[in-house]
Design a protein around this ligand. Sequence first.
Ligand SMILES: CC(C)(COP(=O)(O)OP(=O)(O)OC[C@H]1O[C@@H](n2cnc3c(N)ncnc32)[C@H](O)[C@@H]1OP(=O)(O)O)[C@@H](O)C(=O)NCCC(=O)NCCS
Length: 293
Amino acid sequence: MPSDAAAAAAATALAVPSEWLDAFEEFFLELSEAAGSVPSQSQLASWQSTLRSARAVATVRAHLAVHAADIAAALGPLATFCQRRAVEQRFIFMGVYGSEMSLPDALTQLLEEVRKQSENFDQLQLKEPRFLLRLGTFDDRRHGSLRSSAYPYSPACSSGPGDAVVECLQASTLELAGYLALNGAYADDCSVHPGFQGRGIAKALVCSSAALLAKQRHTHMLLDVRACNLPAFGLYKSLSFKVVKKHYPGFYDWHGGYKMQAVLSEVPKIPLGFDTSHLGLDNYAASGPIATG
Ligand SMILES: CC(C)(COP(=O)(O)OP(=O)(O)OC[C@H]1O[C@@H](n2cnc3c(N)ncnc32)[C@H](O)[C@@H]1OP(=O)(O)O)[C@@H](O)C(=O)NCCC(=O)NCCS
């Protein structure tokens, strides 16, 4: 596999400015992994336009480092390490893939999301159960508009009007907080409204989908995730999904993505605090392993 030295030599040959070296090296190594060899001259020559279509993680991290104090101030002095890391990972996701938005605008949007999340948290704290899960069908007005607010780009999701979804609603208002589309055992388009993120909703959606699939005698659940979607990758890993392969299909950018799979009996149960009574999961107890056929 080509080394950092090969990346440095290519950067010199292309007269890459010093402030772009880290991003160029990331680009070079990713192209090498995709091709299984040194990238071609024509691929490398287009480095500027390619890094405009999806930023390098290095570029986004550099912006994050400069503005770490703004994020810390928005989160407040009581924020835990995990909360800070979750916000940083969301920013990397927005910064890499939201290339139509400038990084300062992405940061402004993220800080607004953090403000809304803490407002929602205050309102939800006294209400139990806070969320309910149910089966539904995708419609553009509700699910499509939630999807637009959750992603910084138009995702290559295959779910559309009429498809089966598991949805999560705020119990007191029945506002749609998140959903996940299921096509057989393939999970797609897991989306949580930014104002409700960090409350275990995606976890509840994935775990309830696993329980529903187990009831239908499936044994595995499959999905795809973009390589720099750190919040989603962290979510799936924490729920026992394993990487089947890294790949670079045309519908992803140069960072590629992961195909992941979980054995249903290893996926945790739906977390407490979610009303599961509308899911049709008879005798479902919120602890112990998921029973598979
Ligand atoms: C990814 C997404 C669905 C997570 O939704 P969520 O409701 O905030 O996630 P949860 O609160 O259920 O988090 C469950 C676990 O996911 C991981 N996770 C969630 N958000 C994370 C973040 N910002 N950074 C790192 N890990 C994160 C953690 O492991 C977390 O467990 P923990 O809280 O015990 O640490 C949400 O960020 C989203 O809608 N993103 C945009 C759409 C998208 O990318 N969908 C996935 C397509 S494959």
